[in-house]
Write a protein that binds this ligand. Structure first.
Ligand code: S3P
Length: 173
């Protein structure tokens, strides 16, 4: 997709999608949407409550609905949940409607940031299982991404600035 009207931020839990996404939106003068927040607003339930009451499959359906809805919004940066790449339908939607930015952060750093977060039901798995999930998803993130940004030691602010610069440069081409 040529236009950068809609930007999706993807990456594992704890990669900084919401924080960097918000800063990026500000930088580019776009609005910001967080799919998990949209789902929580829509249902009046927390992510954990949705998982516990209706199961992960149901959550994934709500996630796809929220992603589809976001394709109707113009000039927006959308932060996606880490599991967005689990469904091929989502990969198609991302591919057709968004310029996709993957925040590449090592597993150990993501895990350090999210450890103990009760509203992330996927963290109920043990660390080995999470590492497997991370590795499986990393391939998918890379495949669907138009831009992979290696966050390294960058602050969230400079990551957002660098990504904005690349996007603006690409737009000049
Ligand atoms: C999930 C990631 C979460 C949220 C849900 C499931 C996942 O979003 O969508 O808990 O499967 O990785 P964040 O990536 O924003 O934590």
């Amino acid at each position: 997709m040529e236009s950068k009207e809609r930007i999706a931020i993807i990456g594992f839990m704890g990669s900084g999608k919401s924080t960097i996404g918000k800063l990026l939106a500000k930088r580019l003068g776009k609005s910001f949407l967080d799919l998990d927040e949209e789902i929580q607003k829509e249902t009046g339930m927390s992510i954990r409550q949705i998982f516990e009451k209706f199961g992960e499959d149901h959550f994934r359906k709500l996630e796809t609905i929220a992603l589809k809805k976001a394709t109707n919004v113009g000039q927006v940066v959308v932060s996606c949940g880490g599991g967005i790449v689990e469904k091929s339908e989502n990969l198609r939607i991302l591919n057709e409607n968004f310029f996709v930015v993957f925040l590449d952060v090592p597993f150990e750093e993501c895990y350090r940031r999210i450890y103990g977060d009760r509203n992330r039901p996927k963290l109920d798995a043990n660390v080995e299982q999470l590492k497997l999930l991370f590795n499986k998803r990393k391939n998918l993130y890379q495949k669907v991404a138009n831009l992979t940004y290696n966050v390294g030691k960058d602050s969230e602010q400079s990551a957002a600035e660098n990504i904005a610069r690349v996007i603006l440069e690409l737009d000049q081409l």
